[in-house]
Ligand binder design. Structure first.
Ligand SMILES: *Cc1c(COP(=O)(O)O)cnc(C)c1O
Length: 389
C-alpha cells in the first residue's frame, strides 16, 4: 500500500473519516464531489423516487402490530415494512441510489463485495434492471456456504469472483474489490452495502436509506398525531438503523435504540479503532485483529459498525442494547404466529427488544420497529435450529 492520507472530511465527532492509500483517496474525492452535486439535483431526485416507487414498491406501510401490542400489554408497536420491498429488505434503497449516481458518473461496471450474499443479490438485481456489468467479490469459504445466493447472483447476470486469498472471508473480498477499484476507477463504481467504509460512503448510504424515516414520520403523524416514544432497529453495519433514525435525529423526545446481537456486540463491548478505512467502534482480539463473531443473523455478524453510530452512542443521542440469538429466534416465531409476518433473523433482534421495552411502557407510548427484511431466506436455518434443540 502507498502512503496514507488523512482527510479532514466525513467525521462524526472523532469517528469516520478516510484512512486509505492516496490513489484511492482521489477516487473517494471524486465520488464525494459528484454525490454532493447530484443529491440535491431535482432530476436526480425525481429519477430516484421513480425507481423507488415503480421498482422497489415504495411507499411501504407502517403496520400497527395490534395482536402483538395487545399481547404484550404496554406500548403500541408499529412495524415499518422494509420486508415488503422488492428483494425483501432495505438494502435495495441504497443500491438504487448508488447505481443512479454511478450512471451519472459514467460508470459501466459495478463492483461490490458480499459476505452472506444479501448485498450481492440486491446489487445484482438492480444491475440487471439498469443493464450494468456487475462483479461481486465473495470469500471462497462464503461462496461454498452460500451456494444458493451465488446461483441467484449468477441468474441475475452477475459474475461472482470467489476470493481464495487469506482466510477466504469478507475481509479478503473487500481487499480484492478495492484493488479492482484502484485499477478500473475510470469505468467502475464500488457499491458499498452498509453505512460503513471511508467518507463519503457512510453519509451517502444514510442519505439513500433516510427514505425509511421520511416515510415513517409522516405515517405516524397521520395515524397517531404524534411522534413515537422510540424508534428501534437492528444494527449490523448500521444502514437500516441510520435510515430509520435520520428524520428523528433532531426530535429529541424520540428515543433512538439500536439492537446488536449479543454474539457481535460492537458498540456495547468494542473499542474505537480503524478498520476497513474508517474509524469506529470495533471488536478486536488481544492482538488487535478483528475478532470473529457468531451471530445467527448473517447481516449482523460484523466486527465493525458505521461511524455515525459510534458518535450517536458517545453523544448519548442513541442507545445501543443487545438481544441474544435465542431471544431473536423466539421473536421470529412470535411475530410469525401473532401477526402473520415472518421477519428476517436480523430484524427479529429488534422485535425481541421491542417486546421487552413495550411491557415497561404505557398504552400512550408508541414504538416504531424497523422491520429491515423478510424471513423467507432464514426459514430453513430456523427449521434446523429448532430441530436440533
Ligand atoms: C443486511 C441486513 C441487515 C444489516 O445491515 P445494516 O446495514 O445494519 O442495516 C439487517 N437486516 C437485513 C434484513 C439485512 O439484509
Amino acid at each position: 500500500m502507498t502512503s496514507m492520507s488523512r482527510d479532514s472530511k466525513g467525521y462524526f465527532g472523532e469517528f469516520g473519516g478516510s484512512f486509505i492509500p492516496e490513489d484511492l483517496q482521489n477516487v473517494m474525492n471524486k465520488i464525494e464531489e459528484q454525490f454532493l452535486h447530484y443529491k440535491d439535483d431535482p432530476e436526480f431526485q425525481k429519477e430516484y423516487e421513480f425507481y423507488l416507487k415503480e421498482y422497489v414498491g415504495r411507499e411501504n406501510p407502517l403496520t400497527y402490530a395490534e395482536n402483538l401490542s395487545k399481547r404484550m400489554g404496554g406500548a403500541k408497536i408499529y412495524l415499518k415494512r422494509e420486508d415488503l420491498n422488492h428483494t425483501g429488505a432495505h438494502k435495495i434503497n441504497n443500491v438504487i441510489g448508488q447505481i443512479l449516481l454511478a450512471k451519472r458518473m459514467g460508470a459501466k461496471r459495478i463492483i461490490a463485495e458480499t459476505g452472506a450474499g444479501q448485498h450481492g443479490v440486491a446489487t445484482a438485481t438492480a444491475c440487471a434492471m439498469f443493464d450494468m456489468e456487475c462483479v461481486i467479490y465473495m470469500g471462497k469459504v462464503d461462496t461454498e456456504r452460500q451456494a444458493l445466493n451465488v446461483f441467484r447472483m449468477e441468474l441475475l447476470g452477475a459474475k461472482v469472483v470467489a476470493v481464495e486469498k487469506g482466510r477466504g472471508r469478507l475481509k479478503e473480498a473487500v481487499d480484492e474489490a478495492l484493488q479492482d477499484l484502484i485499477q478500473n476507477y475510470k469505468n467502475t463504481f464500488y457499491l458499498i452495502g452498509s453505512a460503513v467504509g471511508p467518507h463519503p460512503y457512510p453519509t451517502m448510504v444514510k442519505h439513500f436509506q433516510s427514505i425509511i424515516s421520511k416515510e415513517s414520520k409522516s405515517q405516524i403523524l397521520e395515524k397517531e398525531g404524534k411522534l413515537p416514544t422510540a424508534v428501534i432497529a437492528c444494527t449490523g453495519g448500521g444502514s437500516n438503523a441510520i435510515g430509520a433514525y435520520a428524520h428523528y435525529l433532531d426530535e429529541l423526545s424520540v428515543r433512538l435504540i439500536g439492537v446488536e446481537p449479543e454474539e457481535a456486540p460492537t458498540l456495547s463491548e468494542g473499542v474505537p479503532a480503524v478498520l476497513h478505512g474508517f474509524k469506529s467502534y470495533t471488536l478486536l482480539d488481544e492482538e488487535g485483529n478483528p475478532k470473529p463473531t457468531f451471530s445467527i443473523a448473517a447481516g449482523l455478524d460484523y466486527q465493525g459498525v458505521g461511524p455515525e453510530h459510534s458518535y450517536l452512542k458517545e453523544s448519548g443521542r442513541a442507545e445501543y442494547v443487545t438481544a441474544s440469538g435465542q431471544e431473536a429466534l423466539e421473536a421470529f416465531q412470535t411475530l410469525s404466529k401473532l401477526e402473520g409476518i415472518i421477519p428476517a433473523l436480523e430484524s427479529a433482534h429488534a422485535i425481541a427488544y421491542a417486546i421487552k421495552l413495550a411491557k415497561e411502557l404505557s398504552k400512550d407510548d408508541i414504538l416504531i420497529v424497523n422491520l429491515s427484511g423478510r424471513g423467507d431466506k432464514d426459514v430453513e436455518q430456523v427449521f434446523q435450529m429448532i430441530q436440533n434443540k
